[in-house]
Write a protein that binds this ligand. Structure first.
Ligand SMILES: Nc1ncnc2c1ncn2[C@@H]1O[C@H](COP(=O)(O)OP(=O)(O)OP(=O)(O)O)[C@@H](O)[C@H]1O
Ligand SMILES: CC(=O)N[C@H]1[C@@H]2OC[C@@H](O2)[C@@H](O)[C@@H]1O[C@H](C)C(=O)O
Length: 352
């Protein structure tokens, strides 16, 4: 999994039949080397030397998978399939377009393993949002937990899965997650993360900017709905322009929290608990903000035994197995697909 925040590649092993998770295996994260990250950033939107970058991003994924297998003493024979999300460089579902770079055939050849990639196209082609895709994995993990339950992922973009008492799912992107905070931190401190929310903790939220942000029509738009990494970049950027580094970080962090607060209005019933995964749960300013504005307990997913850093990578392993078995990946409540839909494309080694 290469997430929208451009931080690197997460890889994880799970044992699963695509319906239940029998065992979590080891996982690891490899940050992108700075030049590759720069090149990847440069092709966002689908411009420039996409094919060259796609090849190198794929080869980097191959190294990460090889390292995971080597470090965990796992042989290739034990691996049924690799789920390869790739990296989203363009997401315009309303125009019928979503684009995850990642050469599945090349990865299969390099790893000598079967690879499933291209998880989002089929859903978008059928009129769905093509995102979020992790809800079915959240639901599989949440078996046995008190419901209604909300699982919030704070990656580059935020996305939430609401799981009802009867297991019904509603999912959508909430708004900005960490990406805009990362961009701001990079510009003002030279470091691409506001580590532990230190910059934001020193600042004051600009209430006028926050009011304007909350009035954005995205928040009242009914789900299903999904976002590209930079869909809020222009508006949020304009609202914080001119603020000091710390006030800007505080205000952008408050934007990410407010987006989650506003998401609740779409839930059929209030959740009993919020479980938070993704890198944003490491940011104490964001977690404190969520705890202030959400009426139910807010916990990192690690509190219920899940690994909040590996969860998305695990989800694409789970989705790959579902794809092999022809099980649905998306539903009307998760992406707006008109009916439950499959997805993913299988690449077998030796086929090229
Ligand atoms: N200690 C920390 N303090 C503050 N922020 C952190 C910390 N650790 C991680 N983050 C944030 O988490 C981000 C990475 O999150 P994550 O790995 O969930 O993103 P992703 O996989 O790119 O996301 P997506 O869900 O959008 O695909 C970093 O870019 C950073 O903003
Ligand atoms: C198009 C795309 O890549 N969307 C990502 C992004 O990052 C978070 C949020 O926006 C979510 O919708 C999705 O990722 C997760 C893995 C998903 O599909 O569930």
């Amino acid at each position: 999994m290469s997430g929208t925040s451009l931080d690197g590649v997460d890889a994880a092993l799970i044992r699963t039949d695509g319906e239940r998770v029998a065992e979590f295996g080891p996982s690891l994260t490899r940050p992108y080397p700075a030049p590759l990250r720069q090149r990847l950033r440069g092709i966002l939107g689908g411009v420039g030397p996409v094919a060259e970058v796609e090849r190198d991003v794929t080869l980097f994924h191959a190294e990460v998978v090889r390292d995971l297998l080597a470090e965990s003493g796992t042989s290739r024979a034990e691996v049924a399939v690799v789920g390869f999300h790739g990296h989203t460089i363009l997401h315009r579902p309303e125009q019928g377009r979503t684009w995850q770079i990642g050469d599945g055939a090349l990865l299969a050849e390099r790893l000598e393993l079967s690879v499933v990639n291209d998880f989002r196209s089929e859903d978008v082609a059928a009129g769905g949002q093509g995102a979020p895709l992790v809800p079915v994995y959240h639901a599989a993990l949440a078996e046995g937990l008190a419901r209604p339950l909300a699982v919030l992922n704070l990656g580059g973009v935020g996305n939430v899965t609401w799981i009802g008492v009867d297991g019904g799912l509603l999912a959508f992107d909430t708004g900005p997650g960490n990406a805009l905070i990362d961009d701001w931190a990079l510009r003002h401190t030279g470091r691409a993360v506001d580590v532990d929310g230190a910059l934001a903790a020193d600042g004051t939220v600009d209430e006028e900017a926050l009011r304007a942000f909350r009035a954005h029509p995205y928040f009242t738009r009914l789900p299903p709905k999904s976002l590209d990494r930079d869909d809020f970049a222009k508006i949020a950027g304009a609202l914080v322009e001119g603020l000091s580094a710390s006030d800007g970080a505080a205000t952008l962090s408050a934007f990410s929290v407010a987006a989650v607060e506003l998401a609740q209005a779409h839930f059929p019933a209030p959740p009993a608990t919020w479980l938070v995964c993704g890198g944003g749960r490491h940011n104490p300013v964001i977690m404190a903000g969520l705890r202030r504005c959400l009426p139910a307990p807010v916990k990192p997913v690690d509190a219920v035994g899940w690994d909040g850093d590996a969860l998305e990578a695990q989800a694409f392993a789970f989705l790959a197995v579902r794809s092999l078995k022809g099980l649905p990946l998306t539903w009307p409540g998760t992406t707006g697909a008109a009916r439950p839909l499959g997805g993913g494309r299988l690449h077998r080694p030796g086929a090229v």
